[in-house]
Design a protein around this ligand. Structure first.
Ligand code: 2M8
Length: 435
Protein backbone atom coordinates (compact mmCIF):
# COMPACT_ATOMS: atom_id res chain seq x y z
CA UNK A 1 0.00 0.00 0.00
CA UNK A 2 2.56 2.60 1.06
CA UNK A 3 4.75 1.61 -1.92
CA UNK A 4 1.84 2.40 -4.20
CA UNK A 5 1.26 5.76 -2.52
CA UNK A 6 4.97 6.60 -2.76
CA UNK A 7 4.95 5.75 -6.47
CA UNK A 8 1.98 8.03 -7.06
CA UNK A 9 3.77 10.81 -5.17
CA UNK A 10 6.89 10.31 -7.29
CA UNK A 11 4.83 10.53 -10.48
CA UNK A 12 3.34 13.84 -9.34
CA UNK A 13 6.69 15.37 -8.43
CA UNK A 14 8.30 14.23 -11.67
CA UNK A 15 5.40 15.60 -13.71
CA UNK A 16 5.57 18.95 -11.92
CA UNK A 17 9.33 19.27 -12.41
CA UNK A 18 10.05 21.72 -15.26
CA UNK A 19 12.82 21.99 -17.85
CA UNK A 20 14.07 25.18 -16.23
CA UNK A 21 15.18 23.16 -13.18
CA UNK A 22 12.36 23.92 -10.74
CA UNK A 23 9.05 22.39 -9.69
CA UNK A 24 5.64 24.03 -9.91
CA UNK A 25 3.43 23.59 -6.83
CA UNK A 26 0.37 22.56 -8.89
CA UNK A 27 -0.35 22.55 -12.61
CA UNK A 28 -2.61 25.42 -13.71
CA UNK A 29 -3.02 27.08 -10.32
CA UNK A 30 0.65 27.82 -9.53
CA UNK A 31 2.88 27.81 -12.64
CA UNK A 32 6.16 29.19 -11.19
CA UNK A 33 8.70 28.45 -8.44
CA UNK A 34 7.68 29.34 -4.88
CA UNK A 35 10.28 29.71 -2.16
CA UNK A 36 8.99 27.51 0.64
CA UNK A 37 7.34 25.01 -1.71
CA UNK A 38 10.72 24.57 -3.34
CA UNK A 39 12.31 23.61 -0.04
CA UNK A 40 9.64 21.04 0.87
CA UNK A 41 9.81 19.64 -2.66
CA UNK A 42 13.59 19.20 -2.44
CA UNK A 43 13.10 17.18 0.77
CA UNK A 44 10.87 14.77 -1.17
CA UNK A 45 13.18 14.55 -4.20
CA UNK A 46 16.15 13.81 -1.93
CA UNK A 47 14.61 10.40 -1.19
CA UNK A 48 14.73 9.18 -4.77
CA UNK A 49 16.38 11.69 -7.13
CA UNK A 50 19.17 13.64 -5.50
CA UNK A 51 20.00 15.46 -8.72
CA UNK A 52 16.53 16.99 -8.91
CA UNK A 53 16.70 17.90 -5.20
CA UNK A 54 19.96 19.77 -5.74
CA UNK A 55 18.74 21.40 -8.94
CA UNK A 56 15.62 22.71 -7.21
CA UNK A 57 17.64 24.49 -4.52
CA UNK A 58 20.35 25.66 -6.90
CA UNK A 59 17.73 27.26 -9.16
CA UNK A 60 16.03 28.99 -6.24
CA UNK A 61 19.32 30.38 -4.95
CA UNK A 62 20.25 31.66 -8.41
CA UNK A 63 17.35 34.08 -8.09
CA UNK A 64 18.74 35.59 -4.87
CA UNK A 65 19.14 39.37 -4.89
CA UNK A 66 22.42 41.17 -4.20
CA UNK A 67 21.24 42.09 -0.69
CA UNK A 68 20.69 38.44 0.29
CA UNK A 69 16.92 38.56 -0.21
CA UNK A 70 15.26 35.47 -1.71
CA UNK A 71 11.90 36.23 -3.35
CA UNK A 72 8.70 34.32 -2.75
CA UNK A 73 7.94 33.62 -6.43
CA UNK A 74 10.52 33.34 -9.19
CA UNK A 75 8.89 33.90 -12.58
CA UNK A 76 11.03 31.61 -14.70
CA UNK A 77 8.61 31.61 -17.60
CA UNK A 78 6.08 33.89 -19.23
CA UNK A 79 2.69 32.57 -18.18
CA UNK A 80 -0.44 34.64 -17.84
CA UNK A 81 -2.45 31.91 -16.14
CA UNK A 82 -1.49 33.35 -12.72
CA UNK A 83 -2.38 36.70 -11.17
CA UNK A 84 -0.59 38.79 -10.04
CA UNK A 85 2.38 38.00 -12.27
CA UNK A 86 5.80 39.55 -12.94
CA UNK A 87 4.41 42.70 -14.59
CA UNK A 88 2.44 43.52 -11.50
CA UNK A 89 5.17 42.80 -8.95
CA UNK A 90 7.98 44.64 -10.81
CA UNK A 91 11.03 43.36 -8.92
CA UNK A 92 13.13 45.57 -11.21
CA UNK A 93 12.07 48.53 -9.03
CA UNK A 94 14.59 47.41 -6.39
CA UNK A 95 18.17 48.29 -7.28
CA UNK A 96 19.55 45.02 -5.89
CA UNK A 97 17.04 42.64 -7.44
CA UNK A 98 18.20 39.81 -9.70
CA UNK A 99 19.01 40.93 -13.22
CA UNK A 100 18.49 37.40 -14.48
CA UNK A 101 15.10 36.45 -13.04
CA UNK A 102 11.95 38.45 -12.54
CA UNK A 103 10.34 37.83 -9.17
CA UNK A 104 8.08 39.24 -6.51
CA UNK A 105 9.42 41.82 -4.06
CA UNK A 106 8.34 39.85 -1.03
CA UNK A 107 9.65 36.69 0.55
CA UNK A 108 8.37 33.52 2.28
CA UNK A 109 9.41 31.49 5.34
CA UNK A 110 13.20 30.84 5.23
CA UNK A 111 13.12 27.06 4.98
CA UNK A 112 16.29 26.64 2.92
CA UNK A 113 18.66 26.22 5.89
CA UNK A 114 16.83 23.28 7.40
CA UNK A 115 16.17 21.88 3.92
CA UNK A 116 19.92 21.60 3.30
CA UNK A 117 20.22 19.72 6.58
CA UNK A 118 17.36 17.38 5.65
CA UNK A 119 18.97 16.73 2.27
CA UNK A 120 22.19 15.82 4.03
CA UNK A 121 20.32 13.50 6.40
CA UNK A 122 18.65 11.71 3.50
CA UNK A 123 21.47 11.61 0.95
CA UNK A 124 23.21 8.28 0.53
CA UNK A 125 26.38 9.87 -0.79
CA UNK A 126 27.19 12.19 2.13
CA UNK A 127 30.43 13.41 0.63
CA UNK A 128 28.76 14.55 -2.56
CA UNK A 129 25.99 16.26 -0.60
CA UNK A 130 28.46 18.00 1.68
CA UNK A 131 30.19 19.31 -1.42
CA UNK A 132 26.87 20.72 -2.64
CA UNK A 133 26.18 22.25 0.77
CA UNK A 134 29.62 23.89 0.85
CA UNK A 135 28.87 25.52 -2.48
CA UNK A 136 25.50 26.93 -1.41
CA UNK A 137 25.41 27.44 2.35
CA UNK A 138 26.83 30.97 2.31
CA UNK A 139 23.93 32.16 0.18
CA UNK A 140 21.50 30.87 2.78
CA UNK A 141 23.52 32.53 5.53
CA UNK A 142 23.38 35.80 3.55
CA UNK A 143 19.63 35.43 3.43
CA UNK A 144 19.57 35.27 7.25
CA UNK A 145 21.78 38.37 7.45
CA UNK A 146 19.23 40.11 5.23
CA UNK A 147 16.45 39.26 7.69
CA UNK A 148 18.27 40.33 10.83
CA UNK A 149 19.58 43.52 9.28
CA UNK A 150 16.38 44.64 7.57
CA UNK A 151 13.40 43.03 9.25
CA UNK A 152 14.03 43.58 12.96
CA UNK A 153 13.72 47.36 13.45
CA UNK A 154 13.61 47.23 17.27
CA UNK A 155 16.40 44.69 17.58
CA UNK A 156 14.20 42.13 19.33
CA UNK A 157 15.48 39.03 17.54
CA UNK A 158 12.05 38.86 15.87
CA UNK A 159 11.73 39.51 12.16
CA UNK A 160 8.59 40.95 10.62
CA UNK A 161 6.65 40.13 7.49
CA UNK A 162 5.08 42.99 5.57
CA UNK A 163 2.55 40.99 3.57
CA UNK A 164 0.24 38.09 4.36
CA UNK A 165 1.69 36.24 1.33
CA UNK A 166 5.05 36.31 3.11
CA UNK A 167 3.57 34.19 5.91
CA UNK A 168 2.54 31.43 3.50
CA UNK A 169 -0.78 31.25 5.38
CA UNK A 170 -2.42 33.67 2.97
CA UNK A 171 -6.00 34.27 4.09
CA UNK A 172 -5.72 33.17 7.70
CA UNK A 173 -8.42 34.76 9.91
CA UNK A 174 -5.47 36.04 11.95
CA UNK A 175 -5.22 38.89 9.41
CA UNK A 176 -8.90 39.89 9.58
CA UNK A 177 -8.29 42.47 12.30
CA UNK A 178 -5.55 44.07 10.22
CA UNK A 179 -7.84 44.34 7.18
CA UNK A 180 -10.23 46.32 9.39
CA UNK A 181 -7.53 48.98 9.85
CA UNK A 182 -7.16 49.44 6.06
CA UNK A 183 -9.44 50.77 3.33
CA UNK A 184 -7.86 49.94 -0.02
CA UNK A 185 -9.43 51.03 -3.30
CA UNK A 186 -11.59 48.53 -5.15
CA UNK A 187 -9.13 47.48 -7.84
CA UNK A 188 -10.16 46.15 -11.22
CA UNK A 189 -8.26 43.00 -12.13
CA UNK A 190 -8.82 39.52 -13.46
CA UNK A 191 -8.45 36.74 -10.92
CA UNK A 192 -6.98 33.52 -12.33
CA UNK A 193 -7.03 31.29 -9.25
CA UNK A 194 -10.81 31.01 -9.29
CA UNK A 195 -10.71 29.66 -12.84
CA UNK A 196 -8.75 26.68 -11.47
CA UNK A 197 -10.38 26.22 -8.06
CA UNK A 198 -13.93 26.83 -6.79
CA UNK A 199 -14.15 30.41 -5.46
CA UNK A 200 -15.62 29.15 -2.16
CA UNK A 201 -12.21 27.59 -1.42
CA UNK A 202 -10.20 30.75 -2.16
CA UNK A 203 -9.81 34.28 -0.67
CA UNK A 204 -12.49 36.87 -1.49
CA UNK A 205 -12.14 39.73 -4.01
CA UNK A 206 -12.02 42.22 -1.14
CA UNK A 207 -9.19 40.30 0.47
CA UNK A 208 -7.28 40.51 -2.82
CA UNK A 209 -7.78 44.31 -2.80
CA UNK A 210 -5.93 44.36 0.52
CA UNK A 211 -3.18 42.09 -0.79
CA UNK A 212 -2.62 44.28 -3.87
CA UNK A 213 -2.76 47.51 -1.91
CA UNK A 214 0.13 46.53 0.35
CA UNK A 215 2.21 45.72 -2.73
CA UNK A 216 1.33 49.05 -4.36
CA UNK A 217 2.65 50.88 -1.30
CA UNK A 218 5.87 48.84 -1.32
CA UNK A 219 6.29 49.48 -5.07
CA UNK A 220 5.84 53.23 -4.62
CA UNK A 221 8.95 53.03 -2.44
CA UNK A 222 10.85 50.69 -4.72
CA UNK A 223 10.60 47.86 -2.19
CA UNK A 224 12.86 49.78 0.18
CA UNK A 225 12.87 47.89 3.51
CA UNK A 226 13.17 50.95 5.73
CA UNK A 227 10.24 52.62 3.97
CA UNK A 228 8.17 49.46 4.19
CA UNK A 229 8.89 49.22 7.93
CA UNK A 230 7.78 52.82 8.27
CA UNK A 231 4.70 52.74 6.06
CA UNK A 232 3.30 49.30 5.40
CA UNK A 233 -0.17 48.91 6.95
CA UNK A 234 0.68 45.24 7.43
CA UNK A 235 3.69 44.58 9.69
CA UNK A 236 3.56 41.38 11.69
CA UNK A 237 5.84 39.20 13.80
CA UNK A 238 4.69 35.71 12.87
CA UNK A 239 5.49 32.74 15.14
CA UNK A 240 5.70 30.38 12.14
CA UNK A 241 8.05 32.58 10.12
CA UNK A 242 10.29 33.17 13.13
CA UNK A 243 10.24 29.49 14.15
CA UNK A 244 11.36 28.52 10.65
CA UNK A 245 14.16 31.11 10.74
CA UNK A 246 15.31 29.75 14.11
CA UNK A 247 15.17 26.15 12.89
CA UNK A 248 17.23 27.16 9.85
CA UNK A 249 19.74 29.03 12.07
CA UNK A 250 20.16 25.82 14.06
CA UNK A 251 20.63 23.81 10.84
CA UNK A 252 23.22 26.24 9.47
CA UNK A 253 25.14 26.05 12.74
CA UNK A 254 25.19 22.24 12.53
CA UNK A 255 26.25 22.28 8.88
CA UNK A 256 29.05 24.83 9.40
CA UNK A 257 30.22 22.62 12.25
CA UNK A 258 30.35 19.69 9.86
CA UNK A 259 32.19 21.68 7.20
CA UNK A 260 34.68 23.07 9.75
CA UNK A 261 36.01 26.61 10.24
CA UNK A 262 33.51 29.43 9.73
CA UNK A 263 33.94 30.66 13.31
CA UNK A 264 32.52 34.11 12.55
CA UNK A 265 29.35 32.68 11.02
CA UNK A 266 28.88 30.20 13.87
CA UNK A 267 29.27 32.89 16.52
CA UNK A 268 26.80 35.11 14.72
CA UNK A 269 24.29 32.30 14.34
CA UNK A 270 24.66 31.50 18.03
CA UNK A 271 23.94 35.10 18.98
CA UNK A 272 20.90 35.24 16.71
CA UNK A 273 19.64 32.00 18.18
CA UNK A 274 19.79 33.16 21.78
CA UNK A 275 18.11 36.44 21.01
CA UNK A 276 15.43 35.03 18.73
CA UNK A 277 14.46 32.12 20.96
CA UNK A 278 14.09 34.42 23.91
CA UNK A 279 12.22 36.97 21.72
CA UNK A 280 9.65 34.41 20.58
CA UNK A 281 9.19 33.09 24.11
CA UNK A 282 8.81 36.47 25.76
CA UNK A 283 6.80 38.33 23.16
CA UNK A 284 4.81 35.75 21.23
CA UNK A 285 3.82 33.24 23.92
CA UNK A 286 0.29 33.82 25.21
CA UNK A 287 -0.01 32.26 28.66
CA UNK A 288 -3.80 32.45 28.74
CA UNK A 289 -4.25 30.78 25.37
CA UNK A 290 -1.45 28.31 26.08
CA UNK A 291 0.34 28.73 22.73
CA UNK A 292 2.18 31.24 20.52
CA UNK A 293 0.37 34.08 18.72
CA UNK A 294 1.15 36.69 16.05
CA UNK A 295 2.04 40.26 16.99
CA UNK A 296 0.78 43.23 14.98
CA UNK A 297 3.85 45.47 14.95
CA UNK A 298 2.12 48.28 13.06
CA UNK A 299 -0.63 48.69 15.64
CA UNK A 300 1.39 47.36 18.58
CA UNK A 301 -1.02 44.69 19.65
CA UNK A 302 -0.92 40.90 19.95
CA UNK A 303 -3.34 39.06 17.64
CA UNK A 304 -4.84 36.64 20.11
CA UNK A 305 -5.98 33.76 17.89
CA UNK A 306 -4.87 30.15 17.67
CA UNK A 307 -3.78 28.68 14.35
CA UNK A 308 -1.49 25.82 13.36
CA UNK A 309 1.29 28.45 13.36
CA UNK A 310 0.74 28.75 17.15
CA UNK A 311 2.31 25.30 17.63
CA UNK A 312 5.13 25.62 15.10
CA UNK A 313 7.76 26.77 17.65
CA UNK A 314 7.93 23.09 18.67
CA UNK A 315 9.65 22.42 15.33
CA UNK A 316 12.51 24.74 16.26
CA UNK A 317 12.89 23.69 19.90
CA UNK A 318 11.76 27.11 21.14
CA UNK A 319 9.69 26.25 24.25
CA UNK A 320 11.22 24.41 27.19
CA UNK A 321 9.78 20.97 27.98
CA UNK A 322 7.25 22.34 30.45
CA UNK A 323 5.94 24.95 28.04
CA UNK A 324 5.94 22.44 25.18
CA UNK A 325 3.56 20.31 27.25
CA UNK A 326 1.19 23.25 27.60
CA UNK A 327 1.35 23.94 23.85
CA UNK A 328 0.59 20.31 22.96
CA UNK A 329 -2.30 20.22 25.43
CA UNK A 330 -3.76 23.34 23.80
CA UNK A 331 -3.47 21.71 20.39
CA UNK A 332 -5.24 18.59 21.60
CA UNK A 333 -7.97 20.45 23.52
CA UNK A 334 -8.85 22.93 20.79
CA UNK A 335 -7.90 21.16 17.54
CA UNK A 336 -7.72 17.50 18.46
CA UNK A 337 -11.23 16.14 19.19
CA UNK A 338 -11.94 12.53 18.14
CA UNK A 339 -14.15 13.91 15.37
CA UNK A 340 -11.21 15.71 13.76
CA UNK A 341 -8.06 15.12 11.82
CA UNK A 342 -5.00 16.97 13.09
CA UNK A 343 -4.16 19.74 12.52
CA UNK A 344 -6.64 22.37 11.39
CA UNK A 345 -4.94 25.53 10.16
CA UNK A 346 -7.22 27.67 12.31
CA UNK A 347 -8.96 27.19 15.66
CA UNK A 348 -12.07 25.04 14.98
CA UNK A 349 -13.78 26.53 18.05
CA UNK A 350 -13.52 30.08 16.65
CA UNK A 351 -16.39 31.60 14.67
CA UNK A 352 -13.97 32.56 11.87
CA UNK A 353 -13.11 28.91 11.26
CA UNK A 354 -14.08 27.63 7.80
CA UNK A 355 -13.22 23.96 7.11
CA UNK A 356 -13.02 24.39 3.32
CA UNK A 357 -11.54 27.79 2.79
CA UNK A 358 -7.81 27.60 2.24
CA UNK A 359 -5.89 28.83 5.32
CA UNK A 360 -9.06 29.48 7.38
CA UNK A 361 -9.36 25.93 8.71
CA UNK A 362 -8.28 23.08 6.42
CA UNK A 363 -5.42 20.71 7.24
CA UNK A 364 -2.18 21.38 5.31
CA UNK A 365 0.45 18.67 4.85
CA UNK A 366 3.44 21.02 5.18
CA UNK A 367 2.20 22.23 8.58
CA UNK A 368 1.52 18.65 9.68
CA UNK A 369 5.04 17.70 8.63
CA UNK A 370 6.57 20.52 10.73
CA UNK A 371 4.40 19.63 13.69
CA UNK A 372 5.21 15.93 13.37
CA UNK A 373 8.94 16.61 13.69
CA UNK A 374 8.29 19.17 16.43
CA UNK A 375 6.25 16.72 18.50
CA UNK A 376 8.89 14.01 18.07
CA UNK A 377 11.60 16.40 19.13
CA UNK A 378 9.95 16.75 22.56
CA UNK A 379 9.01 13.08 22.87
CA UNK A 380 5.24 13.44 22.31
CA UNK A 381 5.30 10.23 20.31
CA UNK A 382 1.59 9.39 20.43
CA UNK A 383 0.48 12.77 19.09
CA UNK A 384 3.29 12.71 16.53
CA UNK A 385 2.09 9.34 15.30
CA UNK A 386 -1.47 10.61 15.15
CA UNK A 387 -0.58 13.62 13.03
CA UNK A 388 1.43 11.40 10.70
CA UNK A 389 -1.36 8.82 10.38
CA UNK A 390 -3.95 11.54 9.79
CA UNK A 391 -1.85 13.04 6.98
CA UNK A 392 -1.43 9.68 5.27
CA UNK A 393 -5.10 8.78 5.68
CA UNK A 394 -6.32 12.04 4.15
CA UNK A 395 -4.07 11.69 1.11
CA UNK A 396 -4.85 8.01 0.69
CA UNK A 397 -8.59 8.68 0.85
CA UNK A 398 -8.83 11.66 -1.45
CA UNK A 399 -5.54 12.16 -3.25
CA UNK A 400 -2.68 14.64 -3.21
CA UNK A 401 -4.69 17.79 -2.67
CA UNK A 402 -3.48 21.17 -1.56
CA UNK A 403 -5.58 21.12 1.67
CA UNK A 404 -8.13 18.93 3.44
CA UNK A 405 -11.25 19.23 5.57
CA UNK A 406 -10.34 18.47 9.20
CA UNK A 407 -13.81 17.11 10.05
CA UNK A 408 -14.09 13.33 10.00
CA UNK A 409 -17.78 13.64 9.24
CA UNK A 410 -18.61 16.68 7.16
CA UNK A 411 -22.32 15.91 7.42
CA UNK A 412 -22.81 16.66 3.72
CA UNK A 413 -20.59 15.29 0.99
CA UNK A 414 -17.77 13.08 2.05
CA UNK A 415 -15.03 14.78 0.09
CA UNK A 416 -12.13 16.17 2.11
CA UNK A 417 -9.54 17.35 -0.43
CA UNK A 418 -9.71 20.91 -1.78
CA UNK A 419 -7.71 23.49 -3.72
CA UNK A 420 -5.14 22.42 -6.31
CA UNK A 421 -4.72 18.74 -7.21
CA UNK A 422 -1.50 16.75 -7.66
CA UNK A 423 0.04 19.20 -5.24
CA UNK A 424 3.82 19.00 -5.03
CA UNK A 425 4.54 19.51 -1.33
CA UNK A 426 1.77 17.08 -0.33
CA UNK A 427 3.53 14.50 -2.53
CA UNK A 428 7.06 15.39 -1.42
CA UNK A 429 6.37 15.39 2.30
CA UNK A 430 4.32 12.23 2.14
CA UNK A 431 7.37 10.51 0.65
CA UNK A 432 9.42 11.79 3.59
CA UNK A 433 6.82 10.63 6.12
CA UNK A 434 6.60 7.15 4.60
CA UNK A 435 10.32 6.52 3.99
C1 2M8 B 1 -0.44 29.95 -1.83
O1 2M8 B 1 -0.13 31.31 -2.10
C2 2M8 B 1 -0.10 31.94 -3.39
C3 2M8 B 1 0.57 33.29 -3.22
O2 2M8 B 1 1.86 33.11 -2.72
C4 2M8 B 1 -1.46 32.14 -4.02
O3 2M8 B 1 -2.49 31.92 -3.39
O4 2M8 B 1 -1.49 32.55 -5.18
C5 2M8 B 1 -0.06 29.69 -0.36
O5 2M8 B 1 -0.63 28.50 0.12
C6 2M8 B 1 1.46 29.67 -0.21
O6 2M8 B 1 1.82 29.29 1.09
C7 2M8 B 1 2.11 28.71 -1.22
O7 2M8 B 1 3.49 28.81 -1.13
C8 2M8 B 1 1.64 29.01 -2.64
C9 2M8 B 1 2.11 27.97 -3.65
O8 2M8 B 1 1.80 26.67 -3.20
O9 2M8 B 1 0.21 29.05 -2.71
Amino acid sequence: MSENLINRAIDILDANFQDGGFTIPSKGLYPFQWKWDSGFIAIGFAHYDIIKAKTEIKTLLEAQWDNGFIPHIVFHTEDDSYFPGADFHRSDLHSKSSKKYRSTGMTQPPVTGFVLQEMYRTAENKEDMLHFIKEHIDKVYQNHIYFYENRDPHNEGLVYIYHNWESGTDNSPVWDDIWKTMSPPEYTFERKDTTHVDASQRPSKREYDHYLHIIEIAKEHHYDDAKIAELSPFLVQDPLFNAILIKSNEALLGLYELIGGHETEKEQLQRWQEKSISGVNSKLFDGELGAYVHYDLRNNIPIRHLSSSSFSPLFAGIPNQERAKVVVQTMLDRFGGDDKYLCASFDPTNERFNPRKYWRGPVWINMNWLLYYGLKRYGFMETAQRIKDDSIELIERDGFYEYFDCRKDTGEENRKGYGGGNFSWSAALLIDLLK
